[in-house]
Design a protein around this ligand. Structure first.
Ligand code: ZN
Length: 311
């Protein structure tokens, strides 16, 4: 055991699904709502891909996290209800899939953030506590706005491949947390977020996302060659095997409108089987990892990449 995770857990796996549906397409070009072919490609995600993925997760007993734009909660509420009913986490993914860095002002961003939360609350009855930025492109205001609204975590940054505490002012790993890694004193040393100053980051990376592998959509100018699910799976297996060997974390992003198609779902099932064959693996929802972090149940070394001495 590396000593990073509690008890006998060697590696934590977080499977995440961004239920974008048609939101990203409509955000980019509102006239797309008059083009049924293009809209149907997005609608496939909440309406067909999501139940297939939920079935797969249920068969393997795997919890997961779903990031949902508010517009989707209004357009396809049954899909969001199904995710919640199956015991998965529903988290925030903008209102109409707006990348915060492209918005005109802090006020506009705050209004859209709150609009997205209200739309999710109307379906789930719960305030979302996790946030993932559309396009993984937060603004200088985003992390502060999340902290003001008591979000527990963000999942939009790429500063590590383990969870870490991020300074909401700078967007960088918390300085207090970095120092605490070697000293083991104070709230930060126990892995606690400093209220209003830091937030837990559940990091992402483009290589651990289905979108770069399968980007074919002539309607928005994406006409590069499709990768086979085998190519995506190979990268993900190699990443998981190293993370598992190192006692780290494996955080994967998928989209139901992409990975809900059979060939990609086949790849996901092979990945889940491979992971479940390895010892000491725990599948977790992002919120459970983040709350464990803030309550001090997880060790500070994770936030710095530093390891405790092996015993
Ligand atoms: Zn998205």
């Amino acid at each position: 055991m590396s000593g990073l995770w509690p008890n006998r857990t060697k590696c934590v796996v977080m499977l995440t699904f961004d239920m974008d549906g048609a939101s990203g397409l409509v955000r980019r070009d509102p006239s797309i709502t008059t083009r049924p072919s293009v809209m149907s490609m997005g609608d496939f995600g909440p309406e067909v891909g999501t139940p297939r993925i939920l079935d797969l997760l249920n068969r393997y007993g795997v919890p997961s996290t779903w990031f949902v734009p508010g517009w989707i909660a209004e357009r396809q509420p049954a899909a969001v209800e199904a995710v919640l009913k199956a015991g998965h986490e529903v988290a925030h993914h903008g209102y109409l899939h707006e990348a915060p860095a492209t918005l005109a002002s802090r006020e506009e961003e705050a209004a859209l953030l709150d609009r997205g939360s209200r739309a999710l609350e109307r379906v789930t009855g719960e305030t979302p506590l996790g946030y993932r930025s559309p396009a993984w492109d937060v603004s200088e205001h985003t992390l502060g706005l999340l902290a003001e609204r008591r979000f527990v975590y963000d999942s939009s940054l790429m500063g590590h491949d383990l969870p870490y505490l991020v300074d909401v002012k700078t967007g960088r790993m918390s300085g207090a947390q970095q120092k605490a890694g070697g000293k083991g004193r104070g709230a930060a040393a126990r892995g606690r977020a400093v209220p209003g100053a830091t937030i837990v980051e559940i990091p992402v990376h483009w290589s651990l996302d289905d979108a770069p592998y399968y980007p074919f959509n002539p309607a928005v100018g994406r006409t590069s060659t499709l990768s086979s699910p085998q190519a995506a799976l190979e990268t993900w297996l190699w990443e998981f095997d190293m993370a598992h060997g190192d006692g780290g974390a494996f955080i994967l992003t998928m989209h139901p409108y992409i990975s809900g198609h059979w060939s990609r779902l086949n790849g996901l099932e092979r990945l889940v089987r491979h992971i479940k064959e390895r010892p000491g693996v725990k599948f977790m929802r992002c919120l459970d990892v983040a709350q464990g972090w803030t309550k001090g149940g997880l060790r500070p070394h994770a936030a710095t990449g530093q390891r405790p001495p092996r015993s």
